[in-house]
Design a protein. Structure first.
Length: 128
């Protein structure tokens, strides 16, 4: 059986990104692999063991502080119990809020959009 394993984002400051995803979303660092010879570090974060959860791979390439994201990537979507409270927590961590919390146009689902420290867009979706 196939399984969706992870999504990888390149980040300019690994600790800053780890703090954002662990403190802002309650994710845990599942594992890390530092490869000095290759000049990169991989940190995998998520909500549980990778055998049963999809993870987010944060890739830090030594010496690279920023990336051109292009126009192909859309956003990550994360379900949270309270979009309003999560938005405020993330704002307190320095996240840029690009869409304030509220119902979707012509619907009732509550969403918000924020950007992580590297500018990746994240949709917050209200989940019971």
């Amino acid at each position: 059986m196939a399984q969706f394993l992870h999504t990888m984002l390149r980040v300019g400051d690994l600790q800053r990104s780890l703090d954002f995803y662990t403190k802002g979303f309650g994710m845990m660092e599942i594992r890390r692999r530092d490869v000095p010879d290759g000049k990169y570090t991989l940190a995998f974060v998520g909500y549980g063991p990778e055998e049963s959860n999809t993870l987010l791979e944060l890739t830090y390439n030594y010496g690279t502080e920023a990336y051109d994201q292009g126009t192909a990537f859309g956003h990550l979507a994360i379900g949270v119990p309270d979009v309003y409270a999560t938005t405020e927590t993330l704002r307190g961590l320095g996240a840029k809020v690009t869409r304030e919390p509220g119902p979707v146009k012509f619907g009732t689902t509550v969403i918000a959009f924020v950007e992580d420290p590297d500018g990746y867009k994240i949709e917050l979706v209200q989940r019971a």
